[in-house]
Write a protein that binds this ligand. Structure first.
Ligand code: NDP
Length: 239
């Protein structure tokens, strides 16, 4: 029976690549979208994946989205906590609202999705959870403190949850991408991109497919003895 993958934030970027690639490989795929309905509908039509509207920062909507996918496919085997936002701001300019939106979206969203999906994984004693953090969660980024904190939180979530659910044969791992060519970096100038490339040992920025290849590795049984790990996909920017 085909495994079911649930991808949060599947409408664009890394998530959309995961939806396309997992669909091509024959997995059942459910993904969430929030603001990009048009992209989500195109992706749904192209792949046959299930598109679900969901604000990942809202626990009730997240539970409903996971339940909807489970009711259609009969299992949640792989959960990819990918939905996220980024924002540049001086630390002293971060408002309560900016802080809460960042933490609620990037960190609480993953918590809600894990909490909603785990009962289905626990009942099968099988599952793989992959949290998409960031290299800035590993080393911290100036003018992105709230983003870096949310992503560091995902690393903590990964390690602690891996210990708790490992005995039930559920693996929890984390990917920390470096600079990847998506809308998230569309605000960077050509000079910024060139600087980032020259600061990266592999001399380039990453593609969504390169992140997906790591997602697939951690989702698949070929990584069956790997849990609680933090995998950098950053061209060597952080070593
Ligand atoms: P994009 O901006 O291209 O896509 C972000 C995705 O997250 C969209 O599908 C968006 O959905 C979804 N999303 C945002 N807010 C919400 C919300 N409140 N509820 C539900 N979905 C939401 O980003 P990337 O593909 O680049 O990033 C994907 C993940 O990878 C993020 O967690 C990001 O932090 C991380 N990452 C990215 C890096 C990069 O260089 N690109 C580097 C390191 C980490 P919609 O448009 O429908 O609202």
């Amino acid at each position: 029976m085909a495994k079911t993958v649930f991808v949060s934030g599947g409408s664009r970027g890394i998530g959309a690549c995961a939806v396309r690639e997992f669909s091509k490989l024959g997995y059942n795929v459910a993904f969430t979208y929030y603001k990009s309905k048009e992209c989500a509908m195109t992706l749904k039509n192209d792949t046959g994946a299930m598109a679900i509207f969901c604000d990942i920062a809202d626990s009730k909507q997240v539970k409903a989205a996971i339940d909807t996918a489970y009711n259609k496919f009969g299992s949640i085997d792989i959960l990819i906590n990918n939905a996220g936002i980024d924002e540049f701001s001086l630390f002293t300019d971060i408002t309560d609202e900016m802080w809460q939106r960042m933490i609620n979206t990037n960190l609480s969203g993953a918590f809600y999705a894990c909490r909603s999906a785990l009962p289905y994984m626990l009942s099968k004693k099988q599952g793989s959870i992959i949290n998409i953090s960031s290299m800035w969660g590993q080393v911290g980024a100036s003018c992105e403190v709230h983003y870096s904190v949310s992503k560091a939180g995902l690393i903590g979530l990964t390690k602690s949850l891996a210990k708790e659910v490992g005995p039930s044969n559920i693996r929890v791992n984390c990917i920390c991408p470096g600079v990847i060519d998506t809308d998230m970096n569309s605000c960077l100038s050509e000079d910024d991109i060139n600087q980032l490339k020259s600061d990266t040992p592999l001399g380039k920025i990453g593609t969504v497919k390169e992140v997906f290849d790591s997602i697939l590795f951690l989702a698949d049984d070929c990584s069956s003895f790997i849990t609680g790990q933090i995998l950098g996909v950053n061209g060597g920017y952080i070593i």
